[in-house]
Design a protein around this ligand. Structure first.
Ligand code: PGA
Length: 248
């Protein structure tokens, strides 16, 4: 299975900073063929990024969409518009959107359905909080997020990102044991939904991925890539992550 590594820039980088990142990053990863490389800039930088990366081995993702196609929804952006701006992917269900913008499994499901309808591929995020983990609810939370988020969704054009909330932006990465355990569990739930097709669905790990821990994480059997926040903002560290070493 081809690895998939995406940088989620969140609310960071102006157009000038986007161009500067790509000026250094693109030559550093030019020769990489066995990894799908994805960057997710903020909306305002999408077109500028697309102008630079089109035709290269890097593809573009947005960080959010609204599920309606068009109309009176001030401030929102549809999947049709994102596809038009050069995006191939969109991140849906990130814990920051669930936490600060009150997204639920139901709205996440509407967004995934809308993205798929317009041919956008989805990076679908799930993850438990520290409180949920400590209360022994991790498996239930993840199962519910997956079942409800993917209700009626076809296999084929989404990847799942497992991002334990306690590991996001905290410097506290899940151990390889914790990551593998959860990825195996997610694969099992996907198997209940999609049968054999679940073996083809890539499951990314996210939460304080760095050049220092990426090699170990990518060596886990069911870890098929990474969703990177902080370390995806610097071309040097993100290119090292993309060029992770498989033999360790
Ligand atoms: P982090 O963020 O790598 O900064 O922990 C990951 C994410 O939120 O996708």
């Amino acid at each position: 299975m081809k690895y998939f590594i995406a940088a989620n820039w969140k609310m960071n980088k102006t157009i000038t900073e986007t161009r500067e990142f790509l000026r250094i990053f693109m030559p550093a990863v030019r020769k990489i063929k066995d990894v799908d490389i994805v960057i997710a800039p903020p909306f305002t930088s999408l077109s500028a990024a697309y102008e630079k990366i089109k035709g290269s081995n890097i593809v573009l993702s947005a960080q959010n969409i609204f599920w309606e196609e068009k109309g009176a929804y001030t401030g929102e952006i549809s999947s049709t518009m994102l596809a038009d701006a050069g995006c191939r992917y969109v991140i849906i269900g990130h814990s920051e959107r669930r936490q600060y913008f009150h997204e639920t499994n139901e709205t996440v499901n509407k967004k995934i359905t809308s993205a798929q309808k317009d041919g956008l591929h989805v990076i679908f995020c799930v993850g438990e909080s520290l409180k949920e983990r400590e209360a022994g609810k991790t498996f239930d939370v993840i199962k519910k997020e997956i079942r409800e988020g993917l209700k009626g969704v076809n296999a084929g054009n989404f990847v799942v990102a497992y991002e334990p909330i306690w590991a996001i932006g905290t410097g506290k990465t899940a151990t390889t044991g914790q990551a593998q355990e959860m990825h195996e569990f997610i694969r099992k739930i996907l198997g209940e939904l999609y049968g054999d097709k679940a073996d083809e669905i890539r499951i990314l790990y996210g939460g304080s991925v760095t050049p220092e821990n990426v090699d170990d994480l990518m060596a886990c059997k069911d870890v098929n890539g990474a969703l990177v926040g902080g370390a995806g903002l610097k071309p040097e560290s993100f290119s090292r992550i993309v060029c992770f070493k498989k033999e360790i």
